[in-house]
Design a protein around this ligand. Structure first.
Ligand code: GCU
Length: 691
């Protein structure tokens, strides 16, 4: 099969500057690498590729310590090779968390060694990518003393890819890269995707959509059902899964599956999927055992149940805990688990309160093999949302956080909106679950059954992500899962240097574009003070979630003749009351509620005065105009890089910016006109046409 060529993303390994090259060559031209595990094959291949690209020649790979050189690199387990066992305390290395590694410059028998060691094979993979990143970003490596461990025990990408059909739900970068029709044939692209993921510390992928009964909202016909995700639990497809898993395993990445709760009926021929039914329990047990025979390092199940048309335990009057636990029990004795999503809502009441109502009271009832996976906010990956109340409400449960790497509401594959600052805000949010100082990032890292999942972004497009600049979100997702304390600036700088090189003008311009992109996105999509969900949906057409249509979902913004916003205070829908104190009081009072979320929590008169004396309506107008103007400015910054970035990438991103600038104005004008129509209050600056 002929593969189209595609981009290397941040693993370009461009030649490093002449002035730095000698120092790197000195340390890295000779490498003694263990052959202990398949992952070490990936390590050797990456060293060859990376160092050849960056230093202009492949390293010499040895099977014993090279004695004729002053300096060499050594990679292996703590007690495996003398240059490691005689210089590093094995306890220090064995004590590292799974995936952690030590990278240290030592002297051994008169030679200088750069030692990379880890307690696990995947740790050696991560350490290798870390070392290559140091070279790619121009950092010195003469005196290393690095000890890294992943903060989050699980760092998983959830692909919403529909197998066989190869469409990607909320994917904006072409078809799915996973070709189930042809598996077990392997594509080069799988290996390169695994490299990209491992380079930022991702350790799991779910290759199929959470909607396993696609399409959930229309009548499924046989041809569609034949190709739906729930079919992947069939033996012949599990064998295909193992082929895929064999690629990702080499990079320390485990493979999971999204499953359909009604599988015992659809596949097993039972007449129920009731979790209390012994036959159902046995069916799941047998299925999980069968999977482990085929895929020995299987990661587990991801489940969307009782949500948007997917079956679940409610069909049998059972709770989410009862529903999840039958699956959890099937994983006893296996090294895998169940990621049970908390994304549930029904068509009535305030959607924001619903996940908490369905889950919070079940705290402590979930099986130890179950993780409850919560979207970052209570609505649905909006441009900005308050952080979900559930993170502070279930201390006895293994919680996972679900973020969206793809840009369903943030400009899809067109607008280069960086999600990194948003994720930083989410992970840093203080839940007060255990008193002041219990941020989400700490809630997620208490136990090994926890972690972060991100909804995937890649597709068949040559640039993988729809817009070259959006590669930064995949990069940033992995880096933040690894270390949520990295700053947005650090992550952005790393990504830009590896992707576009070290020309300071380019680094500054691209970084500024990314750093300013999120606020711009919030401003032109929402007006900046807590509104959301004003996009076009259109049941009968493509649900585009891209264009503005504030009239479609008035309950989400609450605009009426007297004011705007939704009362979610304790006296309103009660969402604010789901937080721990003092957060409830803080959000309940419009005087203390942060302005960026004001209209999410409060329905206020159009002329309510904000802190700086501006009225709500005027602020909406101003922020919508500021957002569209900011996009023009981002575009200008990019256009000014012509000739400094290769033409192919420059032109592609420039074209996306043309569309982006138009779309930002479309949002601005639609929302301004709508708010004017409701409020009948003109814009002080006369920009919004009256009527
Ligand atoms: C959103 C999204 C759907 C998706 C769902 C989910 O509603 O638009 O495409 O299936 O979230 O997270 O399950």
């Amino acid at each position: 099969m002929v593969e189209t060529t595609y981009d290397d993303c941040w693993l370009r390994y461009d030649r490093v500057e002449e002035t730095l090259r000698a120092a790197y060559r000195e340390r890295l031209s000779h490498a003694y690498v263990s052959e202990g595990a398949p992952e070490l094959g990936a390590v050797r291949a990456e060293l060859r590729r990376g160092l050849e690209g960056m230093l202009g020649r492949e390293p010499h790979l040895w099977q014993h310590p090279p004695r004729s050189v002053d300096s060499f690199l050594v990679i292996g387990h703590p007690e495996e090779m003398r240059p490691i066992s005689e210089t590093i305390d094995p306890e220090e290395a064995w004590d590292l968390a799974d995936g952690g590694f030590l990278l240290r410059t030592v002297e051994w028998e008169g030679q200088e060694c750069t030692v990379l060691t880890a307690s696990s094979d995947r740790g050696l993979v991560y350490g290798t990518f870390h070392l290559l990143r140091l070279v790619a970003t121009g950092e010195p490596i003469d005196d290393l003393d690095v000890c890294e461990e992943p903060a989050n025990a699980n760092r998983i990408v959830n692909h919403w890819d529909n197998p066989f059909r190869r469409s990607v739900e909320r994917g904006y970068a072409g078809q799915s890269i996973f070709d189930w029709e042809r598996l077990p044939d392997l594509r080069e692209r799988y290996f390169d995707y695994a490299r990209l993921l491992a380079s930022v510390g991702i350790d799991g992928i779910v290759p199929n959509n959470v909607n396993t009964g696609i399409p959930p909202r229309s009548t499924a016909n046989d041809a569609v059902a034949e190709r739906a995700g729930w079919q992947l639990l069939k033996r012949e497809n599990l064998e295909k899964l193992e082929a895929l898993a064999s690629v990702f395993r080499r990079y320390g990445i485990r493979t999971y599956l999204s499953i359909n709760y009604a599988a015992p009926i659809r596949l097993g021929g039972l007449d129920t999927a009731d979790p209390h039914d012994p036959e159902v329990q046995q069916w799941w047990q047998d299925k999980v055992d069968e999977i482990y025979e085929i895929v020995p390092d299987f990661g587990g199940f991801l489940v969307k149940a009782d949500s948007e048309g997917q079956p679940g335990p409610y069909d049998y009057d059972r709770s989410h805990a009862e529903g999840a636990n039958v699956l959890g029990e099937a994983f006893e004795g296996h090294d895998g688990r169940v990621w049970w999503r908390a994304f549930v809502y029904s068509e009535h009441d305030d959607r924001a309160v619903q996940a908490y109502e369905a889950f919070a009271h079940l705290d402590g009832e979930f099986h130890e093999k179950v993780t409850v996976q919560i979207k970052n906010g209570p609505i649905d990956f909006q441009q900005r949302e308050p952080v979900s109340t559930l993170f502070g409400a279930m201390p006895e449960t293994d919680l996972g956080c679900e973020l969206q790497i793809t840009g369903e509401y943030t400009g899809q594959g067109v607008h280069p909106t960086s999600h990194v600052p948003m994720w930083k805000e989410v992970l840093g949010f203080d839940t007060h679950a255990d008193g002041e100082g219990t941020p989400v990032k700490d809630v997620l890292t208490e136990r090994d059954g926890q972690g972060i999942a991100g909804v995937g972004i890649v597709g068949e497009d040559p640039n993988w992500t729809g817009n070259y600049l959006l590669q930064s979100n995949l990069y940033g997702f992995g880096r933040l899962c690894w270390n949520p304390d990295l700053s947005t600036e650090e992550i952005t700088d790393e990504w830009v240097r590896q992707t576009f090189g070290h020309d300071e003008a380019v680094v500054d311009a691209v970084s500024e574009i990314l750093l300013d992109s999120w606020q711009a996105c919030i401003d032109y999509h929402t007006g900046g003070i807590g509104l959301m969900h004003m996009m076009y949906n259109g049941e009968k057409t493509l649900e585009n979630h891209y264009d503005p249509a504030p009239w479609e979902w008035p309950e989400y913004h609450g605009a009426t003749a007297d004011g705007i916003g939704v009362d979610r205070t304790t006296d309103g829908s009660g969402y604010a009351a789901q937080y721990r104190e003092p957060l409830t009081d803080f959000y309940d009072d419009p005087e203390t509620c942060p302005e960026e979320l004001l209209l999410f929590f409060h329905h206020l008169p159009w002329e309510y005065e904000l802190e700086d004396g501006t009225t709500v309506i005027q602020r909406l107008y101003d922020d919508l105009y500021a957002g569209a103007a900011a996009v023009d400015e981002l575009r200008e910054r990019w256009l000014a890089l012509e000739g400094q970035v290769d033409e192919r990438r420059h032109r592609h991103v420039a074209e996306r910016f043309d569309e982006h600038a138009l779309q930002a104005k479309r949002w601005r004008d639609t929302l301004c006109e709508y708010f004017y129509e409701k409020s009948e209050i003109p814009d002080e600056h006369g920009r919004v046409p009256a009527g």
